[in-house]
Design a protein around this ligand. Sequence first.
Ligand code: GLV
Length: 336
Amino acid sequence: MTASSSGATADRPRVLVTQRIPEPALERLRAFAEVTLPPSPDRIPERAELVALLREHAYALVLLTDRVDADLLAASSGLRIVANMAVGYDNVDVAAATARGVMVTNTPGVLTETTADLAWALILAVARRIVEADRYVRAGKWTHWGPLLMLGTDVHGKTLGIVGLGRIGQAVARRAQGFGMRVLYHSRHPVPAEVEQALGARYVALADLLRESDFVSIHCPYNASTHHLIDGTALARMRPTAYLVNTARGPIVDETALVDALWTGRLAGAGLDVFEGEPAVRPGLLDLDSVVLLPHIGSASLETRARMALMAAENIVAAIEGRRPPNLVNPEVLSR
Ligand code: GLV
């Protein structure tokens, strides 16, 4: 619906949506505002294009691939809200946004279970060599059932180490109960005792978690304190039979050190949904059968992407109506 066909005036609020998102969210926004999509809405806008578009809009629904840094914010003086359609918001310079009076929101909760499902898909895939075995069948290499064919490792009964026991980490831990696993976790702060008890999870130092786990799954946010949290030293603590799974953010792991650990047999394998320089994949990873590589699809189910888009849209609607956006990550901006 355009402004004229809705009978609205030319001074309706203007919302920029940086790529095409599920239609119900666009419809929701169109009920309140003029909605702009870039001319090529199915790719990441170029930096110059984003600068030019943001300058024209007070409300922006952005994606984790849009780098909203201090320079971009400085060039967008009319901007009131950046609604990130992701739970992680390391792509947004929140301090710079706050300093400029720009609200920042994210989409927590709605993608928890879907992302935990994907972490588990990777755990099972690396342990049981699912992708490698699929490639083997497709290549016509399967000639007979063999007692030593494609032997992987058991998941049930093993030790799972969860780095970051927030919503997603907890959902991963809940699933581990069905596999009869021992669950260790490390977080900035231990969770309340009743949560630990319900999950059957025990808080340990990161070094102990790395030493004792058969599977290490990363679920902490990415920020300055978690940059390369899993570096060469951390990887050296892991068992040579252990697997690393990352569905959080690529730069939490030092990929160069990871490739080295995998190639030298100091780590059994890895399941990666995120990378340091997405969409680039470090070449050493591409040649390893022990690694499963996914294109950052942790929350990529039809249902969840629809919920994330609507949640981001609702944050913008709240801002348009002068209400506090429900998922504001920088509430201090309101007291400026
Ligand atoms: C996806 O990576 C998200 O942060 O929502």
